[in-house]
Design a protein around this ligand. Structure first.
Ligand code: KIV
Length: 289
């Protein structure tokens, strides 16, 4: 075995649980396929920086998504539309550096793949070569099938994203639930089958009725990752700032807040400022003599 050949451990799909499981290598697409076969559900979180990604990696989250939700959740834009390839490369590289075992999936941002499969390939290669991610995600079902096919043929693992596709916010006129009504439900099923047929290893289903997401999950061999898709998908993803209570203001109905980080951080900042004002900080133990 030379330095570049995969070790037996890398070659084998993990049969241990995905959550907190693999410790001597990164989670792979084969591990996720095995999890679907044994009916194990898994969690995915977004991450946009090395420090936060490291926390989630230590917590055992098997897949981290450097989502273009960085646009509204990290970079201060209103939507994901302005996010650039250079920004995605920078954020993704940080997340890769901060982690050891999670599979890192990076979004191809708006405008970086819609022109042609060749454009998708060029930018997916940037994310893999310059940032070191293990997979890319792109939005669209049938409309993105040719690009997915080319990427997969070239050795790029692709996670697809159908249902509500936030990069189309201006065309959709907001973020409405998708797949309601017979025609829309049939189109969603066609999209799901098209991305599987093109070789995607997994598909995100965003903001679709739970019954429809369950039907898609049952009909696909690849894992489905729900966000606002009810409880029957193979995996669940949340935007970390929503999940941890960092987001200001209202969050979508499908979000559950597991902490109140915005409150905790705000309290810490206020207490620090107050102690500086009163002279309580720094104390003797924080000073050099
Ligand atoms: O960009 C993102 O965070 C996403 C998730 C919402 C799936 O695409």
């Amino acid at each position: 075995m030379n330095a570049s050949s995969p070790s037996p451990a890398q070659n084998q799909a993990s049969t241990a649980g995905l959550y907190g499981g693999v410790t001597n290598r990164r989670v792979t697409v084969r591990d996720l396929a095995s999890a679907k076969q044994r009916g194990e559900k898994w969690a995915m979180l977004t991450a946009y920086d090395a420090l936060t990604a490291g926390v989630f990696d230590e917590a055992g989250i098997p897949v981290l998504l450097v989502g273009d939700s960085a646009g509204n959740c990290h970079l201060g834009y209103e939507t994901t539309v302005p996010v650039t390839m250079d920004q995605m490369v920078m954020l993704s590289a940080a997340v890769v550096r901060g982690t050891q075992r999670a599979m890192i999936v990076a979004d191809l941002p708006f405008g970086s793949y819609q022109e042609s499969p060749a454009q998708a390939m060029h930018n997916a290669a940037r994310l893999m070569k310059e940032a070191g991610v293990g997979a890319v995600k792109l939005e669209g079902g049938e409309r993105s099938a040719r690009s997915i096919e080319l990427l997969v043929e070239a050795g790029v693992p692709v996670m697809a994203h159908i249902g509500l596709t936030p990069q189309s916010v201006h065309a959709l006129g907001g973020y409405p639930v998708q797949g309601r009504g017979d025609e829309a439900a049939h189109q969603l099923l066609r999209d799901a089958k098209a991305v599987q047929q093109s070789g995607a290893f997994s598909v995100v289903l965003e903001a679709v009725p739970a019954e429809l997401a369950a039907q898609v999950t049952e009909q696909l061999a690849i894992p489905t990752v729900g966000i606002g898709g009810g409880p029957e998908t193979d995996a669940q993803v949340l935007v970390w700032t929503d999940m941890a209570g960092m987001t200001a203001g209202r969050v979508p109905k499908f979000v559950k807040k597991y902490a109140n980080l915005r409150g905790v951080l705000g309290d810490a900042a206020r207490e620090f400022a107050e102690e500086v004002r009163t002279g309580a900080f720094p104390a003797a133990e924080h000073s050099f003599h």
